[in-house]
Design a protein around this ligand. Structure first.
Ligand SMILES: [Zn+2]
Length: 288
């Protein structure tokens, strides 16, 4: 089971590298093995050329529990997500160029533009800038971590989370594709909003998919817009001002009790049923 997970993370690495979501040794992704163990990608290795044996297992403090390669300092972002979202099993953090362009320009992503983005991702917030690898960086997503699966990171990149590694990766693909389409749309004219009726239909669709969305279509779409004329909200908002200071009351990270390092490559505890089910489902999708 652990070997299959290592192969799955290697496969995600090849795909993010092929999609140009990472350069050099950028990016990291992980899978929650159990309550206190996380399998993650190594630091200082190109994600396009990882081998299954390169993966690292860490505890919830980020301390490696197997010998071999080291994990990234950005693992703190993953650990914070796992602490805040018990149902999340996998996290992907990369620097996809089109999404990162918006994160650098500090432009809020427009809403009510593409149906699949509204259904699969919903609102996409932008977390304030913090120095990479710090707990302040991990906590920069605090206002949204419990309610959003896809978050832009100011002047840095993006992070997505999901039920398995491919779920998180597909959300990242959808995000960067969306940002790419927005940039292309700007070249041929502008982006226009789906009207309130259309958004109400999408919200009903989300309900049926078991993805209830508390957002109000009326507030989101600003009353819709005429089919041809440019509406005020059809251009990127300048209103968003990312926070520049530290988050005062960001949640404290729970410390785990000291653990005895496991011997290399062992997984002594039986695999939880949910992890087994996720791996079997992902392997089935990869081989079909
Ligand atoms: Zn990064």
């Amino acid at each position: 089971m652990e070997q299959e997970l290592r192969q799955i993370l290697s496969e995600i690495g090849r795909r993010v590298w092929q999609k140009n979501f990472v350069a050099s040794n950028d990016g990291n992704f992980s899978f929650r093995l159990s309550e206190d163990r996380v399998l993650c990608t190594p630091t200082m290795v190109s994600k396009g050329f990882m081998k299954p044996e390169d993966m690292v297992i860490v505890d919830l403090d980020g301390t490696p529990v197997n010998a071999g390669k080291r994990s990234t300092s950005e693992i703190k972002l993953h650990l914070y997500i796992y602490q805040q979202r018990p149902a999340i099993k996998s996290v992907v953090h990369v620097h996809p160029p089109h999404a990162t362009a918006f994160a650098i320009a500090r432009r809020e992503l427009p809403k009510c533009v593409l149906p699949e983005v509204e259904v699969l991702l919903g609102e996409i917030p932008m977390a304030p800038y913090q120095t990479t690898g710090t707990w302040e960086f991990a906590h920069s997503i605090a206002p949204w971590v419990r309610t959003h699966d896809c978050i832009l990171l100011t002047n840095h990149g993006a992070v997505t989370m999901g039920q398995d590694p491919f779920d998180a990766f597909y959300k990242m693909e959808t995000l960067d594709q969306y940002c790419r389409i927005l940039l292309l749309a700007k070249q041929v004219g502008d982006w226009n909003q789906i009207d309130v009726q259309g958004m109400q239909d999408l919200m009903r669709l989300k309900e049926r998919f078991g993805l209830p969305d508390p957002r109000s279509p009326e507030a989101l779409c600003d009353g819709g817009m005429p089919s041809q004329a440019a509406a005020p909200d059809s251009v990127p908002s300048e209103r968003f001002v990312p926070h520049s200071g530290p988050i005062v009351d960001s949640p404290k990270v729970a410390k785990t009790t000291a653990t005895t390092p496991a011997t290399e490559g062992t997984a002594s505890a039986p695999w939880p049923d949910d992890v087994r089910r996720i791996v079997e489902e992902v392997v089935r999708r990869m081989t079909n």
